[in-house]
Design a protein around this ligand. Structure first.
Ligand code: HMG
Length: 317
């Protein structure tokens, strides 16, 4: 059918709930680099944060306070946090799985801490070495201490559509986890497709289950791009009114406990999609593309961002 005919019939993109602006949390320095086999110097991580904030990112997930035996790449958490020149209006978040991690993080004054659970029992065991119920018991005092210290609390919910060990995850399990997070005082949650197997309807069902416990302003989408579905899933979430998303410059990343899963959706690709929809991000796409090219060069491989690669190629011609 000819394009005009679609419009005549009123068949257009459903823009009813599209938000006017979107806030992106770049998780590149943490999620992006945590799985990197080669050591990445703290100075590179610090410069990555500086470049991201200069490109207009207003939320950056910087590092995690986890066991260095489990995730050696994040062992330099103190050095990285201490090395950042903070810009006003930027929120710096860090992962803290337990009180030990929170106490270590406290000295570095993060704006937000992230407790991270899973909608899958098997993933919870592999990732944080405890059941879902035990994880909530560990998170509760962390959340309480953070809120007492005036630090915001986010909860990452892994495997909300699929798990590398259990397969499909029912939306009810996502709803149960969201309820547990809410009960202990977590202020906002991420609906994460950890292994990038989700498709738009599945992702919408996971978000819908979360909406029973959190309003739309307190839900973010976190989509890995293993099966190339992350942008479609982002659009599906936008159509529900979700306006907070996590992404990773140059599509960096992967979780050490989700073998074969690729990185997060590239921030450059999400920004291009959003700007194309007329949605404001406050991000300078060209500066972001430079940042993606820079970190990819540091890691010695091409950027996983298709928009990044396309815009760089265009500059050459
Ligand atoms: C959670 C733990 C710490 C539990 O680890 P554990 O072994 O169950 O804890 P434990 O209390 O029995 O302690 C064992 C050892 O770990 C130490 N320890 C204990 N806690 C800490 C801490 N906070 N910081 C530093 N060290 C710690 C503790 O001191 C002790 O040291 P040892 O006496 O053997 O020398 C461990 O399983 C761990 O570090 N796991 C790594 C989890 C991780 O970082 N995963 C990747 C991030 S999640 C993710 O990427 C998904 C997400 C968020 O992006 C969303 C998505 O896409 O799905």
């Amino acid at each position: 059918m000819h394009a005009e005919k679609f419009f005549e019939k009123g068949i257009t993109l459903n823009t009813t709930h599209l938000p006017p602006r979107v806030r992106l949390i770049d998780v590149g320095p943490r999620d992006g680099l945590q799985n990197e086999k080669q050591p990445v110097p703290a100075a590179v991580k610090i410069e990555l944060v500086h470049r991201l904030q200069a490109a207009g990112l207003r939320e950056i997930e910087v590092t995690s306070y986890v066991s260095p035996k489990w995730v050696p790449q994040m062992a330099d958490n103190h050095e990285v946090m201490a090395g950042i020149t903070r810009q006003s209006g930027v929120r710096y978040s860090v992962l803290t799985p337990n009180l030990k991690g929170f106490e270590a993080a406290l000295a570095d004054r993060p704006d937000e801490i992230v407790v991270f659970g899973a909608a899958s029992e098997a993933f919870s065991q592999k990732n944080i070495n405890c059941s879902i119920a035990e994880s909530i018991e560990r998170f509760a005092p962390v959340v309480e201490a953070a809120r007492k210290a005036g630090i915001a609390v986010r909860g990452a919910m892994s495997c909300t559509v699929g798990c590398p060990y259990e397969g499909d995850i029912a939306p009810e399990r996502v709803g149960m986890l969201a309820q547990l997070m809410k009960d202990i005082g977590v202020q906002r949650v991420d609906v994460a497709d950890t292994i990038g197997v989700g498709t738009p309807l599945k992702v919408q069902r996971a978000i819908e289950a979360t909406l029973a416990h959190y309003d739309i302003d307190h839900i973010s989408g976190h989509f890995h791009d293993t099966y190339g579905q992350a942008l479609a899933n982002t659009l599906a979430a936008l159509q529900m009114g979700v306006w907070n998303f996590q992404s990773s410059v140059a599509g960096l990343g992967g979780c050490p406990y989700a073998k074969g899963a690729t990185g997060n959706v590239a921030t450059e690709d999400v920004v291009y999609l959003l700007h194309g929809l007329g949605i404001d991000t406050g991000i300078d796409l060209e500066a972001l593309v430079d940042t993606g090219a820079w970190i990819s060069a540091q890691l010695g491989r091409p950027s996983a961002s298709r928009v990044g690669r396309a815009l760089l190629a265009k500059r050459v011609h």
